[in-house]
Design a protein around this ligand. Sequence first.
Ligand code: ADP
Length: 903
Amino acid sequence: MISQNDPALENYISIFNNSMDAVLLTHPDGSIFYANSAAEELFGYTQNEICRLGRNGIVNTTDPNLVIMLDERAKNGRSFGELTFIKKDGSKFPGELSTNVFKDKNGVVNTFMIIRDITRRKNAEDSLKESEERYHSLFKNNHAAMLLIDPNNGSIIDSNPAASTFYGYSHEDLVKMNIKQINNLPDYDINGEMQRSKTFQKNNFVFKHTLANGQIRDVDVYSGPITVGGKNLLYSIIHDITHRKQMQNQMKDSLDESLRVQDELITLIENIVDEVWFTDSQGNIILANAAARKFQEKNQFEENISLNKLISKSKVYDSNGSLRLKDGSPLLRALNGEILTNFDETVIFPSGEKQYRQVSSAPIKNEYNNIRGAVAVVRDITEQKKIEESLRVSEERLRLAQIRGGVGVWDWNVVTNDLHFTPELEQLYGLDPGTIKTYDDWRMLTHPDDIERIETERDGQIAKHQPFDFEFRILHASGDTRWLSARGGAIYADNGQVKRVLGINIDITNRKKAEEILNTTLIRFYKILSSMSAGVLLVTADNSVEFVNQEFCDYFNLNEEPEHFIGYSSLEMTSIIKSAYRNPDEALSRISEIVSDWKSVHGEEVLMQEGKSCLRDFVPLSIDSKPYGRLWLHLDITERKRTEEELHESNTKLTREVYEHKNTELKLEEMLDELKRSNKELEQFAYVSSHDLQEPLRMVALFTQLLERRYKGKFDEDADDYIKFIVEGAQRMKLLIDDLLSYSRVNTKRSKFGSIKIDKVMYNVLSNLQVTSEENCAEIKVQESLPTIIGDESQMGQVFQNLIGNGIKFNDKETPKIGVLAEQDEDGWIFSVSDNGIGIAPQYQSQIFEVFKRLHDKYEYPGTGIGLAICQKIVERHGGKIWVESKQGEGSKFYFNIPNQKK
Ligand code: ADP
């Protein structure tokens, strides 16, 4: 209570009264002498009450801060701190207290206290603290990796232990890192995502984060803004979803796989031979595979026929042949929960075709065991049925065949010696039923030579408790011997004694006969093999020698008889014959090669000792496609080889001769060429010399003629004769030279061959000879229409002119008669020029074609002896020949042929 009259204080007090904070003024002893209205409100006391209570009445004196603050005030004259205060209602509250000492007008040091209720602030502070603690514990202890990130640059501000575990970085490392070092997105995108998270646009992300070990993981990130310590940050909760992703992929794969399997199943169902039917629980057909659709088609049902209609419309019979009632359908029965397996039914299609079927059907249930549909699988067993049927028929046939085909059964009671034969068995003996009654009856009818053997054999087997099997002969009622086979066994009493012997007999007479035939065939076969000129060795499939012939033994120098080697193993045999081969090792390896090839070998040459050689055949023998044996044949060809060699030798000789002959021919040809060449040279010489001689000759002729004309009669008579001789000689020389020139020109001045009409040629010739012919009163007869040939026209004219001219010249008849004829032969044409002249003695007939060859004196018949030589040359140039037929005094006929020219 203010009692002092202190004007300064009073001024303050008016301010205090308006203060929001509680203000108290105290004396040094702690008594309060002023409290403002805010204090009254705060503590719930009136000013008087507060003053009365004093400081200790409103302060929690146990608060340790009190002493601290009092000390501070005592030292500094002021203090500031928090204290616990007590209200009138006894409740305590935290308050912020600031104190200042001041002196009043009397110099007394009083205290001025300002108290502010900080309950709310405290509460807020507490809850903040609590929430931060909670955040911390949440952050640190979270199993999920958590990061605090600065959204402005991505640097990591904080991380929890789970983050270290996950990323493999220590906390210290992480808080130095940037999220961009972890997140695989490009920096730009990371910035974008952080902004979106900061502004609540997105809070869930899927990223790929790189761990310290380089591994990349798929992570699911929850992120959002958070204010920590006054900073706006981003929290991120990171979950590794790599495994989940993998699982998802795996699930996708397995889904794909199951879809594929489903696809395959559907394809399988569609394509199996059996009909497959599926219905839903309502009996609607939901699947009918190709075979099932075929069934519908055969029944001429519409495509989407309902099950009910399908059942009522098809004609189905049960296995007992009665028409099946509608509810007997396997699918309907399956819908009622029944399972059917291999249920036989028969369907008759509208075409009349009958189908035997085997049906299996079952309900399809869901997980709650409710029937959700039915499935039926139907197999067409018609074929099988048919086979069964034919099998049944053939079995029946077999049974009948047995009866007819000689099978009988017997039963011998050893104790009573009774023997029971079935009628079929008695029939085999040719006996009436009931004839055989005892064992002795049987013995009577058994071939005496066989009884002992078969009894021994049979009893031996029975003693060993083994079945017996033997063959024996019986005496048939017809008197024939027949063969039976017996198979059977005994029935024993408990003490081991034989009670009964039972058996079955089969008539094997025919087989035995066949065997006999086979045996004789075999014998014949062996005989053939024995008599073969080739060495024969037959080895069976089990490598034992079955047959060898003498030839073989001879060939391989074996001294024993062939029979000696029968039964030898092939190994023994080869070691015996080995040395006969020229190259034993090579021969043996070839043999084993042939055997393992198991293919026929024919005519393979084998070299043997002593220069011998043979041809080897290998024949693999199989019976019923099983190897039976191998047949080796060896044919000695040493002799043949020798003949061949001789032949070869004489052949070589012949070839050599032919070669030599050829050589001679070649030489001849060469000579001919040489001849041709020298001929040509000669011609050349003749031409050159005759041509070049003409000039000096003309000089000689000219000047001797001048000599004759001018000096004839001026010398003596002899001189005149000499001059005459010179002139004549020169003239003759000129003739000779002219003719020689024309001879040489046959080849040097020739023209090309062309088509020439001999008619025309003859016309020119006759006109050239007209004067000569008229002077000699000659008659020239030319065949009408002479042929056209290929040749040199002027040369042909020359030939005819020479021949006709000669015919007139060498003629002593009043009327020389010349004939020209042409006749065709296979090669071409033969021309002839005949005359009735003086003829030519046989010894000269070939000589006259030589150059300068003449038979007469030049005074008798003028001429140079070159005409015929020219003719021959021309004819030869045309590929022909010239010859003469003549009789002295009667005339001559010159022939020449011109063969058709080859184009
Ligand atoms: P040339 O007529 O110049 O004597 P050829 O060569 O024509 O020369 O005849 C050679 C020889 O052949 C003649 O000298 C003649 O003795 C004989 N000769 C040729 N043709 C006939 C013929 N038609 N009759 C008889 N002899 C002939």
